[in-house]
Design a protein around this ligand. Structure first.
Ligand SMILES: NC(=O)c1ccc[n+]([C@@H]2O[C@H](COP(=O)([O-])OP(=O)(O)OC[C@H]3O[C@@H](n4cnc5c(N)ncnc54)[C@H](O)[C@@H]3O)[C@@H](O)[C@H]2O)c1
Length: 318
């Protein structure tokens, strides 16, 4: 049994997480997937009503008992200092040492690519963003200089490159990288970058794949899948869209696919991605990606399609 903590958070985070929650129920009920869901009522509402952000015991239970956390989004105009968001998001990222942020960037339809003359197949890469250091941790420049953990990007890059001569690699400054991502995105398969640049570069990457409504991410400690990992759509709580049933739930669904892949069901990541690609092609989607459905209707159509696909290709129990 895999245990998943679910934190809807704020704004559209709550709406897209409601859709994900129902998809996970479909997986439990109709596909017999051995997952247990732990709903956590954490976010601005809880902070404003009870002063609670991320209780210590909840964080330690997540670290001990859960294999994954799904987080909607955090950020609420009633909390301008972002106190709750900082405690919850950074509590999870730093508290569980989720040092790698993984952002697949794949355009699922030609129509979603905003670059003239480029096709969906030319947008297919992964960004690895360092997740716990740099400007967002109030630390700039070199870290732990002179120790085994010294942070000097270029020297380490050159040393590691020597170990893998079969992998073609290049160092690029971030301004040149942004230019190239727009001119020739097909040149990239993997981008490794630091926390601050990663934040910016991944929003540019999201634009290449159809916008923030299509961008998924994982925060992991190690590649071996043993430690708890956190999964969140790249978008924020978009307060201007909240409560209007217009938020695109597909970034959250694609994120759920990454989570199921991480938990040992890689076929489900592919199943969810194909269902999303089909929904986009058939315009069974929200207005930001060319459809006319609301969040609930787009979510329900996608779940129906996934449910139907269980008959053709059952879910392996792992
Ligand atoms: N990891 C997180 O929880 C996270 C990430 C980014 C921003 N935030 C917070 O979210 C709040 C709003 O931030 P922001 O406006 O800069 O970024 P945002 O991602 O919330 O929204 C930016 C714009 O992108 C579009 N958009 C985003 N998600 C969408 C979706 N699912 N469907 C359709 N359109 C979508 C909307 O036009 C929206 O106005 C702030 O409080 C910020 O701190 C949280």
């Amino acid at each position: 049994m895999k245990k998943i903590a679910i934190i809807p958070g704020d704004g559209i985070g709550k709406e897209v997480t409601r859709e994900v929650r129902q998809l996970l129920d479909v997986y439990r009920r109709d596909a017999g997937l051995p997952i247990e869901l732990w709903d956590l009522n954490l976010g601005a509402d809880r902070y404003l009503s009870a002063g609670l952000t991320m209780p210590e015991d909840v964080l330690s239970t997540i670290g001990k008992d859960c294999q994954a956390v799904f987080l909607g989004a955090l950020g609420d105009p009633r909390v301008p200092g972002h106190e709750h968001a900082r405690d919850i998001l950074f509590g999870l990222r730093f508290g569980l040492d989720l040092y790698a942020n993984i952002r697949p960037v794949r355009a699922l339809d030609d129509r979603l690519v905003p670059l003239k003359g480029k096709r969906a197949e030319q947008i297919d890469f992964v960004v690895f963003r360092e997740n716990t250091e740099g400007a967002y941790a109030n630390i700039g420049g070199q870290l732990r200089r002179g120790t085994a953990d010294e942070v000097l990007w270029l020297r380490v890059f050159r040393e590691v490159r020597e170990l893998y001569p079969e992998i073609e690699s290049d160092h690029m400054y971030v301004d040149a990288l942004c230019l190239r991502m727009v001119q020739a995105p097909e040149e990239f398969q993997v981008i490794v970058t630091n926390n601050l640049f990663g934040d910016i570069v991944t929003d540019l990457a999201a634009a290449l794949q159809g916008g923030l409504g299509m961008a998924a991410s994982a925060n992991v400690h190690a590649a071996n899948g043993e430690a708890v990992a956190m999964f969140e759509p790249v978008h924020g709580s978009a307060p201007a869209l909240a409560g209007k049933d217009v938020a695109n739930p597909f970034a959250a669904f694609l994120t759920t696919g990454m989570m199921l892949g991480h938990l040992g069901w890689p076929g489900e990541e592919r199943r969810i991605e194909s269902a999303v690609a089909r929904a986009i092609a058939e315009r069974q989607c929200t207005p930001d990606v060319g459809g006319s459905l609301g969040t609930r209707a787009a979510g329900a159509r996608l779940r129906e399609q996934i449910q139907r696909s269980f008959q053709g290709t059952p879910v392996p129990q792992g």
